[in-house]
Structure formats: C-alpha cells, structure tokens
Ligand binder design. Structure first.
Ligand SMILES: Cc1cc2nc3c(=O)[nH]c(=O)nc-3n(C[C@H](O)[C@H](O)[C@H](O)COP(=O)(O)O)c2cc1C
Length: 481
C-alpha cells in the first residue's frame, strides 16, 4: 500500500530504525541544525537516520528533518523499493505519469488561518547555519503556476522569513518557478505561490527531479506513488496543493518587489552571496490538527538535499538517454551524493558499440545535465563501488586520449565556488568527460575460473572462515573469469 501521508511514512521509517525521536527540549535557533549536522558529518551513510524533534522550545509543533534523505535506504523506503531499483522506479514513473485528482477537501485544510492569524511566527522555522545565516528559512516544496497554460511546477526554493507575514524566496534566474512567477508579474499581476510542508514522500522526491519546463512534477509523483495524488484547491489563491499535507502556506509575489536574500549556508559547503530576490506576502496558512513541520537539511554536504537530488536525478538522466537520445547502450547512472545532481559527478555504466561511443555518451550527458564531471565505464563495473570505479580508471582510461574538456559552460546558479577568478568574480565554468570504457580486449581477468572460485566457497566454509556477502564487484568479475 502506498503511504497516505508523511505520518504513515515516518511510522515505517521508525520500524526500520531509520528515524530517531528527540524528546529533550531543543531550540530551533541552533540545536536542530547542529544535531542534524552531526548526523550527516559524523555518521557513515549506512548509520544515518531521520530526526523527529518532539519538543521544540516555544512551539507545540514537532520538527522533522533528514527523514527522506538520511541515506539511500530511506529514499528506497519512501518509494517502497530496494536501493538498486531506484533508477528503474524513476524511469517507470517518467514513462507512466499519473495525473492528480482534485478532491473537495483534505486534512491540510482542517484549520484555516487567514489575515493576521496567518502568522509565520506560529511555525518552528529553523535557522540552518546558526551564527552565520541572516534569518531562519523554510526549506520545502514550492508550487507555482504558469499564468496562460495553468501548468503547475514544484521546486524547493529556500524561503527566508522577512517578518510574520512575508518572505523572500531564493528564486534565481532560469529556475522554472521563476519563469512561472514572471508570467504573472511581467504583466503587472501578483503570482500565486504555495509552500507545502510534509506531505506524501513521492511528492517530495518528485519535486527535486530536474524535469523539462512544462512537465508538472505532480504527475511524476503520481507515477512514483502508483496512484494519483489527491489535491485540494488552496483557500486564498488559485493553486492546487496535496490534500494530505501537514501544512500549506499560501501567498503571492507582487510585481517589482525584490529584497536582499542571504547570506545563507549553501549546498556546496560555503556561505552564499547576497542576491536580490522576490518578496512574497502570506495570504493564508492551512494545516492539519496537530501538524508536523518538515525542513530539509542542506548546507554543508553530504546532506538530505544532496542525497535526494543525486538519487532522483540519476534516473531522470537514464530515462533521457533511453527515450529522448535513443541510446540503449547506457545501462545505469549513479550520481555522487556530495553535491546533489547539480555540478556533481555522474558515473555511467554502458556497453559501448565501439571506440568513441563512451566519449559520445559522456559528452551528451554533460551537455543535457547540470553535472560537472561524467565518467563512463563498461557495464561490468559496479558504479556504486568506488574501488571498482577506480580500478576501471586505472586499467582502462588513458587520460590524454580519453578525456574531453567542455569549456565555457554557463553555470546557471552562480554558486559553484570553483568558477571564480582570483578576485572572486564569477567566471565561466567547464565540464570534464572521462571515457574509462575498455577500447580493446586486454585478455582474461587474473582470477581463477568461475567454477573453481565457486567450489572454493565450500572450502572457505569448511575451514570455518568468517562469513561474507559476495560484493557485486566480485560477482561481476567472477562471472567473466
Ligand atoms: C533542500 C533543498 C534546497 C534547495 N534550495 C534551492 C534554492 O534555494 N534555489 C534553487 O534555485 N534551487 C534550490 N534547490 C534545488 C531545486 O529545488 C531543484 O533543482 C528543483 O528541481 C528545481 O526545480 P525547477 O527546475 O522546477 O525550478 C534546492 C533543493 C533542495 C533539496
């Protein structure tokens, strides 16, 4: 059964020991962020967990963070599959999206706060880089709509508290949310905008997929869930929001109102610049009774933000290569989890049809994605195993022959700390493609034949040596021995 809502998912996470409750009182101004930072900075990926802060000083609303993106296992649980099935789930959902259903009412509107009562001061909005951030900010799903087509878009855009009734949104140039807002403000109209806090896991994960403009991530979310997402019409603006959300904040961006946003801790691991960004005015807050508040942990990677974005966008690239570029030789894609899909490193497994094919695939992926490095290996390499990938690089990659540098790449976000000159001015970025596929047959592997290796497993056990699970790397090698 798909999860009904965030509560349903959190219960499952807890059963798998992937959610820890903190009952001690915590301050949302520093303790929540610092504890979440320790979780990501100190624990190896297979020991990470989501955090549920039950007792937040001054608020009767618990705060959740890291629940979706503690580790690949939590993302797999959110999509009800195994870790190595994640790409297949994303590809299937992109191929078979499900349009949402509009329903008359939903839990997210059990309580409706309008006018003065719609105060952001009621919400335990977290300060994420205490001691350095300008203000607390909301980090959740943001819905906008194109004025003419009526097609909605979802993205996560950091939203800084300005006062009790207004915010400044990090809607940078080029973002799809920015484009939607401009369809209203360029003709002098206020743009509707909504923040969705803690809803069905499929909606959260679909939101961070980089889909082409004009594709509503809500349809993709339905495909991921296996059922259409129920939506309700928001109370004060003309938008549709997931009915089973904990909290929905409604607002509008008025034309021409920009203000300084930042500085804030950025996903790349440094403090970001102050930029002029749109202001929004809050028109309503609706919520379930006894709601939960959710804020993604981002800032210094690895983080929840990098984990969910890397895992969701690998499948998006795989589907693009198969369905739009028409190259079935690409078998799998992995994106490192330290940068979140943008400006990151992808490792691609493929079966090249001949020399040059690996480079072509690498160049294509570098061009169609916001990735900075693309390494292409043969399908006999476990792309999730760094030691296997390093072996492929050492044994199959000749740097002079197999490297492509793509220069003058326009970095849309202007937040890659590496693309600055000595004076700190933003310059053009570049990308690198590494073709580590085998260009000729170097002969058999230096391992005993498969049948002997399998026979030796019996001897291993008879000797009373410690048990092990055969790693994928070893399986792939032995199968070819
Ligand atoms: C926790 C988190 C915070 C994010 N903050 C921002 C942000 O402030 N501004 C931004 O442009 N993208 C941000 N992103 C990335 C976008 O949400 C993501 O790339 C999304 O797919 C963009 O949607 P769009 O292409 O429809 O605009 C964030 C992602 C996460 C997970």
């Amino acid at each position: 059964m798909p999860y009904r809502d965030m509560r349903d998912y959190l219960a499952t996470l807890e059963q798998h020991d992937l959610l820890k409750r903190v009952t001690q009182e915590v301050d949302r101004g520093w303790e929540i962020a610092c504890l979440a930072k320790w979780m990501y900075q100190a624990l190896p990926v297979d020991r990470r967990f989501g955090l549920l802060f039950q007792n937040v000083r001054g608020f009767d609303i618990p705060v959740v963070t890291g629940a979706l993106g503690a580790c690949p296992q939590s993302v797999a649980l959110a999509l009800q599959c195994e870790i190595d099935e994640l790409n297949a789930r994303v590809v299937a959902a992109l191929r078979a999206p499900l349009k949402p259903t509009t329903v008359g009412s939903g839990p997210c509107q059990e309580n409706v706060l309008l006018g003065e009562r719609a105060s952001l001061a009621k919400l335990p909005v977290v300060t994420w880089t205490p001691g350095k951030d300008k203000a607390p900010y909301i980090t959740t799903i943001v819905i906008t709509v194109h004025r003419d087509t009526g097609v909605q878009n979802m993205g996560v855009y950091r939203t800084m508290l300005r006062d009790e009734h207004s915010v400044v949104i990090n809607l940078g140039p080029g973002r799809q949310g920015t484009r939607n807002v401009k369809t209203w403000t360029d003709s002098g109209k206020a743009a509707p905008i909504a923040w969705v806090i803690a809803t069905e896991p499929a909606v959260h994960l679909a939101t961070v997929a980089n889909l082409p403009y004009g594709r509503d991530e809500m349809d993709f979310a339905g495909g991921l869930k296996g059922e259409p997402i129920d939506l309700v019409r928001t109370k004060t603006i003309d938008l549709l929001a997931p009915a089973n959300s904990e909290i929905v904040i409604e607002g509008e961006v008025r034309p021409g109102e920009l203000e300084d946003e930042g500085p804030f801790g950025e996903f790349a691991g440094v403090m970001g610049a102050v930029e002029k960004r749109p202001v929004a005015h809050i028109t309503a807050i609706t919520h379930r009774s006894q709601p939960l508040f959710y804020g993604y942990t981002s800032q210094m990677p690895p983080s929840e933000s990098t984990t969910i974005q890397s895992l969701m966008n690998a499948g998006v690239i795989l589907q693009m290569m198969h369905d739009h570029i028409g190259d079935d030789a690409v078998k799998d894609v992995y994106i490192d989890q330290t940068f979140g899909g943008i400006l990151a490193h992808a490792i691609v497994a493929m079966t090249p049809s001949g020399p040059g094919h690996g480079k072509r695939v690498g160049r294509t992926i570098a061009d169609i994605s916001p990735l900075k490095r693309v390494t292409v290996v043969d399908a006999d390499v476990d792309i999730r195993d760094p030691s296997h990938v390093d072996w492929a690089l050492n044994s199959r990659f000749n740097p002079q022959r197999d490297t492509v540098i793509i220069d003058d790449v326009n970095v849309p976000l202007q937040i890659d700390p590496s693309v600055r000159d000595a004076r700190g001015n933003v310059t053009q970025g570049s990308k690198i493609v590494i073709d580590a596929t085998q260009k000729f047959d170097p002969g058999p592997f230096s391992l005993p034949p498969r049948d002997l290796m399998l026979k030796a497993l019996g001897v291993w056990n008879a000797c009373g040596l410690p048990q092990f699970e055969i790693p994928k790397r070893a399986k792939l090698r032995i199968d070819k021995s």
